[in-house]
Design a protein around this ligand. Structure first.
Ligand SMILES: Cc1cc2nc3c(=O)[nH]c(=O)nc-3n(C[C@H](O)[C@H](O)[C@H](O)COP(=O)(O)O)c2cc1C
Ligand code: SF4
Length: 395
């Protein structure tokens, strides 16, 4: 699947002209601290959803004292409606791997893992062949490009749990344990894989770094908004004529995205996947950015024919299934929210009870142990609030 609207970063034709291998030469000629500084100055924030500044993450891992450090590429891509990392791994694996090598060089790690979503097993052979080719060309392994730096990449397959995309659960899974989130702090940059400092970044974050190093931090900051620099890959699905993966500048409005993908009669847009927020028509002038509507990439479009309660039920069933059960707010809270939806569906629920459940959702956001339970009430709160009239007038 090609990336549409590619303009700034993920334009393969332009990249081929630039010779991506040169990116690695350039990075390995810089000092590790200059490389981190360049990433910091670009303003790059993590593309996995939380938007933590990438340069700062690398700086923290670089400052941590340990005889071993690790780099992990989070390719779990479990958020419903997200499929842009799959496209990057398929078509831009060189950029992803170069980004990992650069991170390893910057923080002084010699080993990287790609945690590949189990359902993407079909990409494994192609990726392994590419890693072999990189070894042959001295882009991986010992003394990469005669820089004196050693780095290797291993691919590990996930087994289909959504929570394993959360970085500490991912590390547990990499270590061979059941995928459950850890208490934070300590954060992975200090205590990650096997207790060693570890940088976990999203596929798109790694793929963006070589372009920043090649074209410079200043170039990168010319696109986007004050606090959201560069472009974002979005995976667009649902009621539109042209679904797919698009590269868009941060700051683009929902209205402009809808035009781009030829959507008509749109009633709502779910930004950020099942754990994101449902944006009603009146708010389509809002912008995709860390300041306003942030997303790891998922944009789901719903037209006037859709039943918002049915959509919400679908999301809540997902969270009940995927909660790892470690903490009570998430384990029990999601069940309560789903029961509330089912009561409304059966015409057996007062609006006042839904208001109580919204308060329960807010408590879950505060009290859950990890991002899953902290974000799973988002669709309940936003759909019940924004579509109260539709949901209650129909029943
Ligand atoms: C339940 C859950 C699932 C997640 N799934 C993913 C995922 O599939 N891919 C990803 O990059 N980040 C995912 N994250 C975010 C990661 O914990 C982490 O913030 C991210 O990998 C850091 O990379 P970044 O800074 O480049 O965004 C998830 C978080 C939660 C709470
Ligand atoms: S919030 Fe949910 S997924 Fe996270 S630790 Fe608690 S029960 Fe597990």
């Amino acid at each position: 699947m090609p990336i549409k609207n590619k303009s700034v970063i993920f334009d393969r034709e332009n990249l081929n002209k630039e010779n991506p291998k040169e990116f690695l030469y350039k990075a390995l000629k810089m000092s590790p601290s200059d490389l981190i500084l360049e990433v910091r100055e670009s303003g790059l924030k993590g593309r996995g959803g939380a938007g933590f500044p990438t340069g700062t993450k690398w700086m923290l891992a670089s400052a941590a004292v340990s005889d071993k450090k690790f780099v992990v590429c989070n390719a779990d891509e479990g958020e419903p409606g997200t499929f842009k990392d799959r496209v990057l791994l398929d078509e831009f694996s060189d950029l992803v791997f170069y980004g990992m090598i650069m991170c390893g060089y910057a923080i002084r790690a010699n080993k990287g893992f790609v945690y590949l979503r189990g359902e993407y097993r079909y990409l494994l052979d192609k990726l392994l062949k590419y890693l072999d080719k990189m070894h042959e060309e001295n882009l991986l392994g010992k003394n990469i490009l005669n820089s004196g730096f050693d780095f290797d990449i291993e691919i590990r397959l996930g087994s289909g749990a959504y929570v394993c995309g959360e970085e500490s659960a991912l590390i547990e899974s990499l270590e061979g344990h059941r995928g459950e989130s850890r208490n934070r702090p300590p954060f992975p940059v200090n205590t990650g894989y096997m207790g060693h400092p570890t940088v976990v970044n999203n596929v798109e974050t790694f793929a963006t770094v070589p372009i920043i190093i090649s074209r410079g931090a200043e170039w990168f900051t010319t696109v986007g908004t004050l606090n959201s620099k560069g472009t974002k890959l979005i995976s667009v699905s649902g009621d539109c004529k042209e679904p797919g993966v698009y590269e868009v500048p941060f700051g683009i409005s929902i209205n402009d995205i809808l035009k781009l993908v030829k959507a008509e009669n749109t009633k709502a847009v779910q930004v950020g996947g099942a754990s994101g927020h449902c944006v009603p028509k009146e708010q389509f002038d809002r912008a995709l950015s860390f300041e306003d509507l942030s997303t790891g990439g998922s944009i789901m479009i719903f037209n006037e024919s859709r039943d918002m309660l049915h959509i919400l039920k679908n999301f809540m069933e997902f969270f009940v299934e995927e909660s790892c059960g470690q903490c009570t707010p998430c384990r029990i809270g999601n069940i309560k929210l789903l029961e509330g939806v089912e009561k409304v569906e059966a015409g057996d629920c007062a609006l006042s009870y839904i208001k109580e459940l919204i308060e329960l959702g807010k408590s879950m956001q505060l009290a859950s142990k990890c991002g899953l339970g902290q974000s799973s009430p988002n669709p309940f709160i936003s759909i019940m609030t924004n579509f109260e009239n539709e949901i209650f007038s129909q029943r």
